[in-house]
Design a protein around this ligand. Structure first.
Ligand code: DOR
Length: 436
């Protein structure tokens, strides 16, 4: 028996790139898919029983905060990659709001190299749009793009590029390299001092509100600018029904736009904030039931291309402060599949193949993440997830692989969980245990 030959036997293969949804065996040899078919045999293979489980491409997260360099007390590439492996992810895209900011090749390359050293997920750094995330001078797109990290996706996430001239230049510059611009959609003039979504719940709680218009104005502006330039725009963490309508209409007009939604915006609402638990503080904020419904419909019909976690670890001494002082952000990598499966698949709103597409082909279509996201064809790198759709579990924030503990799902009962993750044919998660 060879370590490098694995037979995943009898799982439900869900491969969105080829449209496959069938019970099949997958034979992995020397890091690659050798065959997908019925009753495969290989004398030298380790057989892994996958009956009742889903065998899918490894997940791709376009929006992760790994916090390295600079904020390693909250997370680092090693702990974040372990959290990713536990969540079924084989590819992670860490955001640029580190210290130093990822606005130069040396920073992108060090994060990328660290990802390779850790070896639990492939790491594709996001470059900053502007130097120091200051919204003024453009970062060195060419240098970042030509670096070993091959950056083709740029965002000042956490901060919007508020100046329309700077944003227009960024889109023009980006289209010269055919790279993607992802602008944090928030008009800062409308959110100064805001603490939660503006609406009934904020009135009752007496907290300054964050209007949905702040997000929608910025998306509308960016869609107009992107259309004018012919550039590729990606809208992060969509959270309002109005934003969904803007993106739907822009796609219908042929604008080159893609979009993502987080598991928390698909499942949690602003009225929960009556607990004043700072774990629920996030940017953009949790919205209303009507927004959640619109996001679910948009993910199912493809208006929103993918699920992205916005995994935002914070050290407990920062996050566990009173509401007003706590930073925004929630963990996501280890619960993303379970939340989406519980809320959208087990409830019949989305079929399994479509849901898996939103974690795999969807994000892989936004930027180049190499051999991640499918298809599971002979010769392809064996980047795979094996999921148990029937496993019921209660989230325990203390048991997560992330260094941080700020999951809003602590204590939630979810159904569905990754069991194994394979990166180029090697287990990074095996029987629910990260193979560090
Ligand atoms: O809640 C958030 N936290 N939203 C963002 O856009 C940034 C993130 C962070 O870096 O903590």
């Amino acid at each position: 028996m060879s370590d490098s030959t694995i037979l995943l036997r009898g799982g439900r293969v869900l491969d969105p790139a080829s449209g496959t949804d069938a019970v099949l065996d997958v034979l992995v040899r020397d890091g690659r898919v050798e065959a997908v078919g019925e009753q495969l045999a290989a004398d030298d293979a380790e057989v892994v029983d996958c009956a009742g489980r889903w065998v899918t491409p490894g997940f791709v997260d376009l929006h992760t905060h790994l916090r390295e360099p600079g904020f390693e007390d909250a997370e680092d590439v090693a702990s974040g990659s372990a959290a990713g492996a536990a969540g079924g992810y084989t590819a992670l895209c860490p955001m640029a709001n580190t210290d130093p900011v990822c606005d130069a090749a040396a920073v992108a390359e060090s994060v990328w190299r660290r990802g390779n050293e850790v070896g639990l997920a492939d790491v594709f750094p996001v470059g900053a749009i502007t130097k120091g995330l200051r919204g003024e001078q453009l970062a060195e797109f060419g240098e970042l793009h030509d670096s070993a990290a091959r950056v083709d996706f740029f965002s000042d996430d956490g901060k919007p590029v508020a100046d329309s001239l700077v944003m227009r230049r960024a889109l023009q510059y980006a289209s010269a390299f055919d790279v993607v611009i992802c602008n944090h959609s928030e008009d800062p003039d409308l959110t100064a001092g805001a603490q939660m979504n503006e609406g009934e719940a904020s009135s009752v709680l007496g907290l300054p509100g964050w209007p949905h218009e702040a997000e929608e104005i910025m998306i509308a502006r960016d869609l107009i600018l992107a259309a004018g330039v012919g550039a590729r725009l990606h809208v992060p963490h969509v959270s309002t029904a109005g934003a969904v309508e803007l993106i739907r209409a822009a796609k219908a007009r042929g604008v080159r736009v893609t979009a993502e939604v987080t598991p928390h915006h698909l499942s949690l609402q602003d009225h929960l904030i009556r607990s004043y638990d700072p774990v629920l503080k996030v940017n953009p904020p949790l919205r209303t039931e009507a927004d959640v419904q619109a996001l679910r419909t948009a993910l199912a019909d493809g208006t929103i291309d993918c699920v992205a976690t916005d995994h935002a670890p914070h050290a407990p001494e920062l996050k566990d402060q009173e509401w007003e002082h706590a930073p925004c952000g929630m963990l996501g990598l280890e619960t993303a599949f379970a939340v989406v499966h519980t809320e959208l698949v087990a409830t019949g709103l989305m079929d399994p193949l479509t849901a898996i597409a939103r974690f795999t082909t969807g994000p892989a279509g936004v930027r180049d993440v190499g051999a991640h996201g499918g298809a599971l064809t002979p010769g392809a790198d064996a980047n795979l997830a094996v999921l148990d759709p029937a496993q019921r579990w209660t989230v325990d924030g203390r048991a997560l692989r992330s260094k941080a503990r700020n999951t809003p799902f602590h204590g939630a009962e979810l159904v569905g969980r990754p069991v194994h993750t394979l990166l180029r044919g090697r287990f990074t998660l095996r029987d629910g245990k990260v193979q560090a």
